[in-house]
Design a protein around this ligand. Structure first.
Ligand SMILES: Nc1ncnc2c1ncn2[C@@H]1O[C@H](COP(=O)(O)OP(=O)(O)OP(=O)(O)O)[C@@H](O)[C@H]1O
Length: 343
């Protein structure tokens, strides 16, 4: 398997070189409805990747396949822990029929074979939902501690260590409190740690939900419309948090988002779906100027897309011809930069 996704709608990028996640020929059918149709794309390690598209394009279905809520009808979803995992190792895992395999550098997981709790616990994929799903009656701090339940249970030896408050358990509990406080500081909610989560304003609840996901130490964080319902100030705080997660925590982010301001400002890589198919895949600039994307959002006819694509191709050919003519003129004389420096 090559990590590079070669097709006629993709701009190759660094996300193809060492992806943390590869979605390969993913298809999801609900009876006769094809919600996702032969979709392939990479999520670059340490990148913010946005999955966008009009309503009903299949974005949430892709998330549900990646996080194990749905078993895909066809296709592979490969999660890599470690940047130097070879195609041969991925092939070996696929042929073995197993769900995961350790490698010299890390591990590989085939998510389509795994139950959802193993995807979050072992493959380290965390997610948030379109509707906030905090524990409203628990305090802000408790919401972050409950996310670390697995580690605390293991440290307690599955009860005994916790009941007798043994040193190993005490240490693990302090570590989880320290981690919760670290994230509370970064979402600026430390002062409200003891308040019920439901009492927070909407934007704070969104950031708390993301912090709760971060407390599970994910390698990949999947966010379903994190900016929905936020005002401009809250949107900008969200952008700041996501950029912090990328740069400081080193976690890769895959997000579904309708707010194009947020997508264009923070995304390293954008994948566009329409009617379950990928119509564009590249940098924010690449997809912004892609006529198919403009058409999908504005709803213009196919002929107009063909016309726009023909115009874009003609403009590119004219620019290339002009550049080549200029190159021939220049090669006959002196380079422009040197001429300027001469007395
Ligand atoms: N469990 C399901 N059973 C049947 N059809 C479904 C199911 N889940 C999704 N669909 C259908 O699959 C298609 C894609 O839906 P999906 O929710 O993935 O789109 P989306 O791009 O996330 O849309 P939105 O932006 O509105 O959330 C839609 O036609 C939807 O009705």
């Amino acid at each position: 398997m090559s990590a590079s996704i070669k097709d006629n709608v993709s701009e190759p990028g660094r996300w193809d070189e060492s992806p943390v996640l590869t979605v390969e020929n993913l298809t999801m059918r609900f009876g006769g409805l094809v919600a996702v149709d032969d979709l392939s794309f990479n999520v670059g390690r340490g990148d913010i990747t946005a999955l966008i598209g009009p309503n009903g394009a299949g974005k949430t279905t892709v998330f549900n396949c990646v996080t194990g809520f749905y078993k895909p009808t066809e296709g592979r979803i490969i999660m890599r822990h470690g940047s130097a995992i070879s195609d041969a190792e991925v092939r070996k895992l696929t042929e073995s029929g197993e769900q995961s395999m350790s490698t010299a550098e890390g591990a590989i997981f085939l998510l389509e074979r795994m139950p959802d709790f193993c995807i979050s616990r072992d493959a380290k994929v965390a997610r948030t939902f379109q509707n906030i799903r905090l524990f409203g009656g628990m305090t802000v701090l408790e919401n972050l501690l409950v996310a670390q339940h697995n580690a605390l249970m293991a440290a307690s030896g599955f009860t005994i260590g916790g009941i007798f408050n043994l040193p190993g358990f005490r240490k693990a509990r302090q570590k989880s409190i320290d981690k919760a406080v670290y994230w509370l500081e970064h979402i600026r909610l430390k002062e409200r740690a003891d308040e019920p989560a439901a009492a927070l304003p909407y934007g704070d609840q969104r950031r708390l939900e993301i912090a709760r996901a971060m407390c599970t130490d994910p390698q990949l964080l999947c966010l379903d419309e994190p900016a929905a319902g936020l005002n401009p100030r809250e949107s900008s705080e969200l952008n700041e948090l996501l950029q912090f997660i990328r740069s400081e925590a080193g976690t890769s982010v895959l997000l579904i988002e309708h707010d194009m301001g947020v997508v264009m400002e923070i995304s390293d890589h954008v994948v566009v779906l329409d009617y379950g198919e990928k119509i564009s895949d590249g940098s924010a600039d690449y997809v912004r100027n892609d006529p198919s994307v403009i058409a999908a959002y504005l709803g213009v006819e196919d002929e107009e897309v063909a016309e726009a694509e023909a115009e874009a191709a003609a403009a590119a050919a004219a620019a290339a011809a002009a550049a080549s003519a200029a190159g021939q003129t220049m090669s006959g004389g002196e380079p422009a930069g040197e001429q300027e420096t001469k007395p």
